[in-house]
Design a protein around this ligand. Structure first.
Ligand SMILES: [Zn+2]
Length: 248
C-alpha cells in the first residue's frame, strides 16, 4: 500500500465521520429548538380512538392554530414542542369529545316536572301546556347555557338539538364553544315561537341563512313526528342547508 492510497482512505474515513457528526449536530440543534405551538395537554391518559385504538398512559396532545399536531408520550412531546400554554392533564382522561345525538337542551329547566309518567300523558298533559305558558327566547337561552355547562362537564362537545327559538340554542352553543346541529321545530300546532308551520318555515329560512357556513353551528329544520306535508315543506329549505355534509 503506497502513501497516497493510505491518505485517500483516511480522508474518506474522516469525511464519513464528518458527515455523521454533522447529522448528530443537526439532530442536536433540532432537539435544542422545539417547535412553537399554542397548547400542550400534558400527563393525562390519552384515549386516541385512532385506528389502533391506542391508549397512552402519561400521554400528551399538542395543539396549534386550533388543530391537533401530535399525539404521543408526554416525555417525547414535551421536548419536541414549546407550547405557549400548558394544560396539566394528570389524573384525567384526554379523549375526543362525546356527541349527544338527541337533545332538547333548554328542557333542563323542566327537569323533575311530572316525572315517571307514560310519554303521551307526560308530553300532552304536562310538557306541552308548560311550554305554551312559559317557553320564551330567554327561557331557551338560559336553559341551553345550563345544558351546555352540564354537557361540557361530562365531556360532550357536540349536540344535535330540536326545540323552539333555535337561534338562541345556536347562540348559546357558539358562546360555549360547542358544535351543534340546531333544529328549529316544525310542528302541526301553534308552538311557543311560531303560530303555524308557515311561520316556522319562514323562521327556518332566516335561521338557515344567518348561520350558513358557521364554524360551530349547523342550522337545520326539524319536523316533529311529522306528516309528509311538513317534511316536504321543510325540504324546500334545503338550498340554504349549505353544510349538511360537515364532519364532526
Ligand atoms: Zn326527543
Amino acid at each position: 500500500m503506497n502513501g497516497s492510497t493510505h491518505r485517500s482512505r483516511l480522508h474518506r474515513r474522516l469525511a464519513g465521520w464528518g458527515a455523521l457528526l454533522a447529522v448528530v449536530a443537526l439532530a442536536h440543534s433540532a432537539q435544542a429548538e422545539p417547535q412553537a405551538i399554542d397548547l400542550l395537554f400534558q400527563g393525562g391518559t390519552v384515549v386516541t380512538v385512532d385506528a389502533e385504538r391506542r391508549v397512552i398512559p402519561d400521554g400528551a396532545v399538542a395543539v396549534d392554530k386550533g388543530r391537533i399536531v401530535a399525539v404521543g408520550v408526554n416525555t417525547e412531546l414535551k421536548t419536541r414542542f414549546a407550547p405557549r400554554q400548558i394544560v396539566d392533564a394528570r389524573d384525567t382522561i384526554v379523549m375526543p369529545g362525546l356527541v349527544n345525538a338527541h337533545t332538547h337542551a333548554p328542557m333542563v329547566l323542566l327537569r323533575g316536572m311530572a316525572d315517571d309518567l307514560k310519554l303521551k300523558e307526560w308530553l300532552e298533559g304536562h310538557i306541552f301546556p308548560a311550554e305554551k305558558a312559559g317557553v320564551t327566547a330567554e327561557f331557551v337561552s338560559v336553559g341551553t347555557r345550563l345544558a351546555a355547562l352540564e354537557m361540557l362537564l361530562s365531556g360532550t362537545t357536540t349536540f344535535a338539538d330540536m326545540y323552539y327559538f333555535e337561534e338562541q340554542v345556536a347562540e348559546a352553543a357558539r358562546e360555549a364553544g360547542m358544535r351543534c346541529v340546531a333544529g328549529e321545530t316544525l310542528i302541526e300546532f301553534p308552538a311557543p315561537d311560531n303560530a303555524s308551520v308557515a311561520e316556522a318555515l319562514a323562521y327556518g329560512a332566516r335561521f338557515l341563512k344567518r348561520f350558513a357556513g358557521d364554524r360551530l353551528v349547523t342550522a337545520a329544520v326539524a319536523p316533529h313526528s311529522s306528516t309528509w306535508s311538513a317534511l316536504r315543506r321543510g325540504g324546500r329549505l334545503a338550498p340554504w342547508q349549505t353544510d349538511s355534509r360537515r364532519r364532526y
